[in-house]
Design a protein around this ligand. Sequence first.
Ligand code: NAD
Ligand code: IPM
Ligand code: MN
Length: 368
Amino acid sequence: MSNPSLLILAGDGIGPEVMVEVRKIIDWFGSKRDLTIDVTEDLVGGAAYDKHGTPLHDDTMAHAQEVDAVLLGAVGGPAYDDLDFSVKPERGLLRLRKEMDLFANLRPAQCFDALADFSSLKKELVAGLDIMIVRELTSGSYFGEPRGIFEENGERVGINTQRYTESEIDRVARSAFELARKRDNRLCSVEKANVMESGILWREVVTKIGAEDYPDVELSHMYADNCAMQLVRNPKQFDTIVTDNLFGDILSDCAAMLTGSLGMLPSASLGVPMENGKPKAMYEPVHGSAPDIAGQGKANPCACILSFAMALRYSYDEGAEADRLEAAVEKVLADGVRTADLMQAGAAKPANTSEMGDAVIAALDTSL
Ligand code: NAD
Ligand code: IPM
Ligand code: MN
């Protein structure tokens, strides 16, 4: 049997910096666990624009469709802010999500014990926190038509459209119900059915699926604004959350801070099953290219490392190795090795990106 394949798209800013650490970990699994992954690397975002004049070359897109999984670092940055909208770095990422049809974006927010002190919330509110946000990723206001900037009555108007079909809601809801079943069996569906027709449809479809096919899962509904508030008031009330593209983007950044840092949050973007039965998949940290710290060795590589752990679990059927990698990250944090984002200003000298990666490798060694 051939080795599993991975396309790495490191992207911009801290993307390539954190990816260096993931490469070390991939090599470790090859040499120490006999788990060899065939890795190819290519450009995305601003880096692709600089070389090809487009944030995602067609050849890269075609390759992404063929591999078992894609691992993406981050895209964007101030150097590209003034580019025409159609070639902005973020368009490359959105094209990958859309053309690979990665409709279910899993954003787990777990608070490691060692970081409970560091959350912006009180320790008792976040200790043991384990939430799974399932964000719809290929529709909604990110892709709905009409969209654009138009002239109307002598002034310009910017338009984006929140649009969801029943089948789009159905498939992401089913993914979320399935995940909830493997967790604490509770699903909270989040929209704004009080003011948006798309929210009314969302609630109807989710309610029907729940009643017909998942009566064992405890289903609740919440308006998105209340959900944002509840996430910082009492986050442990949530188990699995399912929501649309835009609300999911915002709520997952919010949930990130509960865990201590945006630099900790991984994600898996999953699509329909391929011939091998595994879903099409792209793994990406939730954070962006962090222009304020790029090039300084300060980036926390954990989100990207933990995204690779999700690839081990969901694309490579290596759940035990994913557990091993997650435990290694947890051990490093418990041992007090921290990048600057996980320390109070003026505290002990933080680890740099590469020291953090090396500490994870050392923890993996001790796991053998
Ligand atoms: P950001 O996530 O890049 O940064 C927000 C803050 O979090 C910054 O202070 C940054 O230093 C910090 N941070 C983020 N990741 C970190 C890490 N791993 N370690 C330590 N600190 C970390 O968000 P932004 O500043 O709003 O966006 C910057 C650029 O990134 C924009 O062009 C945006 O479009 C893009 N972006 C890309 C992605 C992606 O590629 N998936 C996600 C979000 C934002
Ligand atoms: C994310 C990012 C992206 C999004 C951008 C960079 C397109 O914020 O992955 O959370 O808005 O989905
Ligand atoms: Mn985001």
